[in-house]
Design a protein around this ligand. Sequence first.
Ligand SMILES: Cc1cc2nc3c(=O)[nH]c(=O)nc-3n(C[C@H](O)[C@H](O)[C@H](O)COP(=O)(O)O)c2cc1C
Length: 192
Amino acid sequence: MNTLQAKKIVVAITGASAMVFLHSFLQLLENEQIEVHGICSESGEKVLQLETGISYTQLPGVTRWFDSKDFAAPPASGSAGYDAMVVLPCSMGTLAAIAAGISSTLVHRAADVILKENKKLLLVTRETPLNRTHLKNMLAVHDAGATICPPHPSFYLNPKSIEEAATTFSWRLGDQLGLEMKGRKRWEGMNV
Ligand SMILES: Cc1cc2nc3c(=O)[nH]c(=O)nc-3n(C[C@H](O)[C@H](O)[C@H](O)COP(=O)(O)O)c2cc1C
């Protein structure tokens, strides 16, 4: 059973494809009145611009953005009191850094801190196909306490657009964070 009810979280954007899921997830967090602080890697900025045409500062729901090179920012310390961190999307490079405990950017350090504090770390890992190193790194972070959440919409809920499909995935992340989510559709069995 998920007993977490996250109130303050870090969202990190790294340079993988799947930026389409960001807007819907951040909107959901705003609706749930979650305090959200953000970090965007340098590659994340470029891929976000390419896939959505916007800068990270135009995304909804984030009250503070920290530079990915800022090692003095609150997410770099366990005492800052975040309940959870979501890396959306999570590149294989960032996955590898987290798996190896290499804290060379604020994204990597924040994830390392979340794990050492035994808090919830959701990694929306995106790559296809996966090589052996990717799979080994996923197992390593799983064993260290992270949850791997590939960006897979719930097609059985019959989303009618990319945005609706993204929302079904945001609900899955919200479940992991213990959010109530008014209007969240759930599987209720086959109506046949
Ligand atoms: C358009 C584009 C799409 C990319 N998509 C992915 C991806 O889906 N998964 C991945 O692991 N890397 C992807 N990359 C490569 C990463 O951006 C690159 O490895 C980068 O160094 C990751 O750095 P970061 O984890 O600090 O953001 C992509 C790069 C570009 C330019």
